[in-house]
Unconditional design. Structure first.
Length: 255
């Protein structure tokens, strides 16, 4: 009876020792599981940090983009406002130009008429060319496609050309009706002081009488040398000098 009792006690101790070993294994396994879970948690935390950093970078990038858009919109708004201002200025300029044109057209018409009258009453030199210039001005003034500024410029040029005649010496060959006969002559203009002629054979010499509106014969001996010298000066063959010219009672004519 004594032997079996000892055997049972040993087996119980062995059973108790086995139970403690199983407990240790369980504790170890639980520790390992908790360590594994802790590592996974750390990995998840690290992943969340990376995601937060990425989202923060995207957020800052979006802020820069929004700031850029706001700057662009501000500059664009300023440009639009400037364009609107320029458009308003342009509209005002066009309106002023239209009103100015309405005032310039009658003025140019009067200037052309006065120029035409002046040529009719002036010394009769190169009348055809001068009258043709006046006719061209009239045509341009009547042409709706002709720019008003260009027409005005041409009117002023015509006035300047007429004024220049009063300060120049000129000679050319032409034809005059003298004593009922057409004669080839050399013509000489001394500013607007005198307009003289001499026939090609040198037999007749005369000048225009503005008061009478006709040609007058001159004494060849008195004016021959003056005429010759003036012709040389006009042809750039002699230096300018004082010359003698006839004077008649003249009407005052101003363009």
């Amino acid at each position: 009876m004594n032997k079996p009792i000892g055997t049972l006690m040993v087996l119980a101790a062995l059973a108790a020792g086995g139970a403690r070993a199983a407990d240790m294994q369980a504790v170890t396994a639980e520790g390992e599981a908790r360590a594994s879970e802790s590592g996974a948690a750390q990995n998840r935390v690290a992943g969340l940090d990376d995601e937060s950093a990425r989202l923060e970078a995207e957020y800052r990038q979006l802020l820069r983009a929004v700031d850029g858009l706001e700057t662009y919109n501000r500059v664009l708004g300023e440009q639009v406002a400037a364009q609107e201002s320029e458009r308003g200025d342009m509209a005002a300029s066009l309106d002023n130009a239209a009103r100015l044109e309405r005032r310039l057209v009658p003025l140019m018409d009067r200037m052309i008429e006065r120029l035409d009258t002046f040529i009719d009453e002036d010394l009769p030199f190169q009348v055809g060319a001068r009258q043709a210039a006046v006719d061209e001005l009239r045509q341009r003034l009547a042409d709706p496609d002709a720019p008003v500024a260009d027409t005005l410029r041409r009117v002023f040029e015509a006035y300047a050309g007429e004024a220049a005649h009063g300060r120049s010496l000129d000679s050319w060959r032409g034809t005059l009706e003298l004593d009922g006969e057409r004669r080839d002559v050399n013509l000489l203009r001394v500013g607007r002081v005198a307009l003289m002629y001499r026939t090609l054979d040198g037999e007749a010499l005369g000048a225009w009488d503005p008061g009478a509106g006709q040609w007058r014969s001159l004494d060849r001996g008195e004016y021959r040398r003056a005429f010759d010298m003036a012709m040389k000066i006009a042809d750039k063959q002699a230096a300018p000098e004082l010359i003698r010219v006839p004077l008649f009672g003249a009407r005052e004519v101003t363009p």
